[in-house]
Design a binder for this molecule. Structure first.
Ligand code: CTP
Ligand code: MG
Length: 234
């Protein structure tokens, strides 16, 4: 059975502030995307990585990856991405060759996910789950609010029981056919790939996530990511 990883890396990184597209920003000198590709390639099960580059940046991204070392067994492709994450993932899926039966979708913005998490996701798909997400319990209590007019305080409408909530990470793992079907048929707003599989009515299961799989979103996350890398080298 062949496992491939699709890495959406086409976002601009608006919340990180002005600069290069987020995936190309460096952590201790190495672009986030290179860390993310290495994190997928670290799993012996992953033999193909499809990188979804910024729409006009595919040649640059290909050159970037060519100039960094990756495990010998790892094949990679680079395709241009789209306007939304969903579109970028779909363009990555479209580039998969015949014979891939397990697909991971992994944010370039989660460059430090440990291989143990990657392998746990793959394992759960191999064990028969059509969709698998790594996730962690929440530290903060979460409140649902009602949208309010500008300047007005937002009224709280509900407080979901925290013990039952999970913060979801990537890589998310799928039976290839299930994810392809979801991308063909599910419409509407979804913020993760597993959410589309839920809309199909298919079962999605959770495996333990990892603190180091956090998403680099805002400037403080860069500080944390570089500290994690420094600790690994120590
Ligand atoms: N992504 C993508 N194509 C898009 C938008 C996002 O491939 N059109 C990717 C990002 O590159 C990132 C992942 O989806 O690896 C998660 O998205 P997010 O963290 O929101 O990244 P950005 O969209 O780049 O950041 P922001 O929302 O702050 O602009
Ligand atoms: Mg975004």
């Amino acid at each position: 059975r062949r496992t491939a990883a699709v890495i959406p890396a086409a976002g601009r990184g608006v919340r990180l502030g002005p600069g290069a597209p987020k995936a190309l920003r460096t952590l201790n000198g190495t672009p986030m995307l290179v860390h993310a590709v290495r994190a997928m390639a670290a799993s012996r099960a992953v033999s193909l990585v499809v990188v979804v580059a910024p729409p006009d940046g595919a040649p640059d991204v290909r050159r970037l990856l060519d100039s960094h070392s990756l495990p010998e067994r790892t094949e990679y492709l680079v395709v241009p991405g789209g306007e939304t994450r969903r579109e970028s993932v779909r363009l990555g899926l479209d580039a998969l060759p015949e014979g891939v039966d397990i697909v991971l979708v992994h944010d370039a913005a989660r460059p430090l996910v440990p291989v143990e998490t990657v392998d746990a996701v793959i394992e759960a798909v191999r064990d028969g789950a059509p969709a698998v997400v790594p996730a962690l319990p929440l530290a903060d209590t979460v409140k649902e609010v009602e949208p309010a007019s500008a300047g007005e305080p937002e009224p709280v409408v509900a407080t979901p029981e925290r013990a039952r909530l999970r913060a979801v990470q990537t890589p998310q793992g799928f039976a290839h056919e299930t994810l392809a079907e979801a991308h063909r048929t599910v419409t509407g707003d979804v913020t993760d790939d597993a959410g589309m599989v839920e809309r199909l009515g298919r079962k999605v299961v959770v495996v333990p996530g990892h603190e180091e799989a956090f998403k680099v979103t805002r400037p403080l996350d860069l500080v944390l990511a570089e500290a994690v890398l420094a600790r690994r080298r120590a």
